[in-house]
Design a protein around this ligand. Structure first.
Ligand code: PBE
Length: 267
């Protein structure tokens, strides 16, 4: 079908303007000549989901900025549009970061944060419990931990208990990061920490770690989504590597939309 662009009014439905995804989407519109005249609409994740839901209810085309892991892929048949110019970076990982001194100040927490690693299915499980079973992220995290005690034991193996030390996690406000923050917070709480989670925009998250205002985060999407923020704070943040591999961001459409690539969108 060559009428997708006209049918969506040459509009891509975006999310919160502070998301890394929005910067990469804006760059995508610039890099693909066929997207001249398309607009990226700033919205919220909730508005993006409802645009997706109502388009799917009517079997109409819709193009959104999307990412996986996310429960929207469990609820609907969706696909990423291929991105031959890789303006969305290809395969993404989610990384753990801490402030520079954390390894010395809180070696117990640091070791656990450094070991924290799970699979997209694990994160999806926690997210789905909140989206479909109406659980809080804390309840869902506890549910996941109960099913995965052996994994948690690997992260905490040989680590000393602490006595109520305060630790502040920063996380971005999307479900992916609410899920990982809730699991990390629960594991650290069991280790004796007094954990606070502060939800902030990506730019604030990187800044808080660079200045030492916050201790740690499991919410950095790399190498592409948050690359600009990491580069901005080069040498000011301890980067502990991936806690999840196989993430992805990009333009997402319902499966029935009859194109496969960003390049198939008619100007
Ligand atoms: N996201 C979800 C965020 C990070 C987590 C992909 C929407 C973003 O900054 O784009």
């Amino acid at each position: 079908d060559d009428q997708i662009g006209a049918a969506v009014d040459y509009t891509i439905t975006g999310i919160e303007p502070g998301a890394g995804t929005m910067d990469l989407a804006a760059n995508t519109l610039e890099e693909y000549d066929n997207l001249d005249g398309y607009e990226l609409e700033e919205a919220s994740t909730a508005a993006m989901i409802s645009a997706l839901n109502s388009a799917i209810a009517d079997e109409e085309p819709v193009i959104v900025t999307g990412w996986t892991p996310h429960w929207k892929f469990a609820m609907h048949d969706l696909k990423f549009l291929e991105d031959p110019k890789e303006t969305f970076g290809g395969l993404e990982e989610i990384h753990t970061l801490t402030r520079l001194e954390l390894s010395e100040d809180m070696p117990e927490a640091y070791t656990i944060l450094d070991r924290f690693y799970w699979e997209p299915e694990d994160m999806e499980y926690v997210m789905l419990l909140t989206a479909e079973e109406d659980m809080s992220f804390e309840e869902a995290a506890n549910d996941w931990i109960a099913d995965n005690e052996s994994m948690v034991e690997e992260w905490t193996d040989g680590v000393d208990m602490v006595d109520g030390d305060a630790i502040e996690l920063v996380a971005t406000p999307w479900d992916t990061e609410r899920a990982s923050a809730a699991v990390v917070a629960e594991v650290l709480t069991r280790q004796g920490y007094d954990v606070e989670i502060t939800p902030v925009d990506p730019s604030v998250m990187f800044q808080a770690l660079a200045t030492g205002d916050a201790d740690a985060s499991a919410a950095a999407w790399l190498p592409a989504t948050h690359e600009a923020f990491l580069t901005q704070h080069e040498g000011e943040i301890d980067e502990l590597g991936a806690n999840l591999e196989g993430a992805r961001i990009g333009f997402v459409v319902p499966e029935y939309v009859d194109i496969d690539s960003i390049e198939d969108l008619e100007p």
